[in-house]
Design a protein around this ligand. Structure first.
Ligand code: NI
Length: 169
């Protein structure tokens, strides 16, 4: 947070299944796994492209989270299903050591492409929907603290959740 590249709008990916794209995705996967993240967006490693990866199987940082399929999502579009929102705690690998309570839509539809250009179209809810909204926000230059409604619900992980393994973020 503070790096100007995180505040820019990312550009659409125009060519799929290229060695450069596969190398970028591998780099992002390695970064996400090293840091136990639930997702990562290309701008977080300094690449201004509309590309996010996410997925949660068993993650020590999200012990209660329902699984989210491992996904590469390129040029995503999010579609609102209804107006229902809920608050949930979020962290971000670009905002290390902190958590904030962030309102997100509970349900949404999203679409885009995988790294081979194959269309993806899904509906999601709960934690899955939250992760998609968080990651896609990175593509429009929005970090989760900008979505917090009550700034009293923002702080250091070790203060908010004493005893919890804060991981690397
Ligand atoms: Ni993030």
């Amino acid at each position: 947070m503070g790096d100007a590249r995180l505040l820019e709008e990312a550009h659409a990916v125009e060519q799929f299944d290229t060695p450069e794209l596969h190398a970028l995705i591998k780099d992002m996967r390695d970064t996400m796994e090293d840091l136990d993240g639930a997702g990562l967006a290309a701008p977080q490693i300094g690449v201004g492209l509309q590309l996010v990866i996410f997925g949660v199987e068993e993650n020590p940082r999200y012990p209660d989270a329902e699984p989210v399929p491992q996904t590469v999502l390129i040029n995503p579009k999010l579609l609102k299903v209804d107006d229902v929102m809920e608050d949930g705690w979020e962290g971000c690998l670009s905002v290390p050591g902190m958590r904030g309570l962030v309102p997100r839509f509970v349900r949404l539809q999203y679409s885009g492409f995988d790294e081979y250009g194959k269309p993806i179209e899904r509906t999601a809810e709960g934690f899955h929907a939250r992760v998609v909204q968080h990651e896609c926000d990175h593509l429009i230059g929005v970090l989760y603290p900008m979505r917090i409604r009550d700034m009293r619900q923002f702080g250091f992980t070790e203060e908010l959740f004493p005893g919890e393994d804060p991981g690397d973020d």
